[in-house]
Write a protein of this length. Structure first.
Length: 247
């Protein structure tokens, strides 16, 4: 059984301020927990209900296992229908953006993405298409937000996510900058070459003007129907698919 102070600490990890203070974030669900156990991340503890068999984790590390009641699981979970297992994972030191890692590759750049579900889906999409680096503006949603972690379905364990001042960083990287924007070149006729930065803008406002000025090639997903706009996570998937198809 968890103490009141333990429950309070675990519940507090739903807040960015408290995640940073304690240096921990939460991962929920068997598949996602396994992904982080088998990654370079350090898993602090694993909480599970009596119905879950801890042997399924096949632990090779010294991880603290804690059996808790269903009631306690409901108290600490961020989900309406909690799963049988939750892990607390240490937040690593923010990775240093290494220009060499971006050469001859494509990198997703997120300018002000606010919705955690979109962020998690973009991370999962990047993982699917073998894109290992995502650069985010400082005001993009926190990658360790529980809803982001949940939506990424374990892919966060394999993706390097950087937060930076995009206006300062993009020129420094010296790579082609492709921006998802209106009135650009048709996505399916664009020559992406072998490397570049793919800038996806805010859900409501798109790419902000100071970043748009740094775009070397505006690219548009052609519309054949009547929808006013396209979800940013879906748009990112279309860009990744087209780049993958031509690489």
């Amino acid at each position: 059984m968890l103490s009141k102070s333990q429950i309070s600490l675990l519940r507090s990890l739903q807040s960015k301020k408290d995640r940073l203070e304690h240096g921990l974030f939460m991962v929920e669900g068997y598949k996602s927990v396994i992904e982080f156990i088998n990654s370079p991340y350090r898993v602090d503890a694993v909480y599970h209900t009596a119905s879950f068999d801890p042997k399924m984790l096949k632990l090779s590390r010294n991880i603290n296992l804690c059996e808790i009641s269903v009631t306690d699981m409901e108290k600490i979970s961020s989900l309406k229908t909690p799963q049988e297992i939750i892990a607390t994972v240490s937040i690593p030191s923010w990775p240093v953006l290494n220009n060499a890692k971006l050469q001859k590759k494509f990198t997703i750049v997120l300018d002000g993405i606010q919705d955690p579900g979109n962020m998690g889906t973009i991370i999962r999409t990047a993982d699917w298409f073998g894109i290992a680096q995502i650069i985010c503006s400082a005001d993009t949603v926190d990658v360790y937000n529980p809803k982001v972690v949940q939506a990424s379905m374990g892919s966060l364990s394999r993706i390097n996510v950087y937060y930076a001042d995009l206006a300062a960083v993009l020129p420094y990287l010296g790579l082609p900058v492709f921006g998802a924007m209106l009135n650009g070149e048709n996505l399916y006729r664009t020559n992406f070459g072998q490397e570049g930065l793919i800038v996806m803008g805010n859900e409501g406002n798109g790419v902000r003007p100071e970043i748009a000025r740094l775009v070397t090639a505006a690219v548009t997903i052609p519309r054949t129907g009547n929808a006013e706009s396209l979800n940013v996570a879906i748009a990112t998937a279309l860009f990744c698919s087209e780049i993958s198809r031509n690489s």
